[in-house]
Design a protein around this ligand. Structure first.
Ligand SMILES: C[S@@+](CC[C@H](N)C(=O)[O-])C[C@H]1O[C@@H](n2cnc3c(N)ncnc32)[C@H](O)[C@@H]1O
Length: 246
């Protein structure tokens, strides 16, 4: 059997095959879902390897303030790392954080952690955050608060409607959220069949965030006082933010 390196040529060939299969009416729904997810991963891989080729730690002024997974939400004075544009560095954080040990003062993310798989990538992210932060450095993390969502259950569809309109207004899912349990499913395992969207892989509450971050060596994990200068005001409602200190 031929072996292929994971280079641009192989990725392009695979992308073309996937595009051809997706255009074929005989491709089944289940296969098409998997292919769309694979196409998305190929796109991330393309960005990641392009950055890896261009980027060395030595070439970068070590940023003191870093945001991961900020999407369109830029924070003044922060260096933004994201898997897709726009970002200062296009990087798949599941592969680590390409910054030097003990170099950053603060690492911020919101509505990012639930989009990477647990335990492998979430624990890798926690370990890498601990590695790159300086002594007393702060890891600030905001996620949808699973405890809040579960705490409202059982609830009528109108409560699901409120959360959907606050969190998923731009998405095409409202017609599919008919009961509050549909919403709980969304929070825990969003499986939207949209190639531009990252699924939710894991749900978090304060206890889980504390466990995840203390396991890798953070000394304290406390609730974070929401600061709209840093965090996205649209995210405050029904989210939980913690600050873990190295
Ligand atoms: C739901 S959006 C949140 C954007 C922004 N933080 C906000 O609250 O509006 C999740 C973000 O995480 C980024 N992301 C997901 N997986 C990632 C990965 N493996 N590496 C880097 N960024 C990732 C996505 O590209 C996206 O920008």
């Amino acid at each position: 059997m031929n072996t292929h390196r994971m280079d641009g040529g192989s990725i392009d060939i695979l992308s073309e095959l996937i595009a051809a299969l997706l255009a074929d009416p005989a491709t089944t729904h289940g296969l098409a879902r998997t292919l769309r997810a694979t196409a998305k991963e190929l796109e991330l891989s393309r960005y990641h390897h392009a950055s890896k080729t261009a980027f060395t730690c030595d070439g970068l002024v070590a940023p003191k303030k870093v945001q991961v997974g900020g999407g369109a939400h830029r924070i003044e004075g922060f260096f933004n790392i994201d898997a897709v544009p726009p970002a200062d560095l296009l990087w798949d954080v599941r592969e680590g954080i390409p910054l030097q040990d003990n170099s950053a003062e603060v690492l911020f993310s919101e509505h990012f952690l639930e989009h990477i798989d647990y335990p492998v990538s979430a624990k890798q992210y926690a370990r890498e955050a601990h590695r790159i932060l300086a002594s007393d450095g702060r890891l600030i993390t905001g996620v949808p608060d699973a405890a809040f969502v579960l705490g409202e259950y059982p609830a009528g569809p109108e409560q699901a409607e409120e959360m959907i309109s606050r969190w998923y207004a731009k998405r095409d899912c409202r017609k599919d959220i008919n009961t509050y349990l549909d919403l709980i499913n969304y929070v825990f395992r969003d499986q939207d069949d949209d190639p531009t969207y990252n699924p939710h892989y894991w749900a978090y509450d304060f206890e889980k965030l504390s466990q995840l971050f203390t396991e890798v060596g953070f000394t304290t994990v406390e609730p974070w006082d929401f600061d709209p200068c840093m965090a996205n005001p649209k995210r405050q409602w029904a989210s939980i933010y913690v600050v873990a200190t190295k």
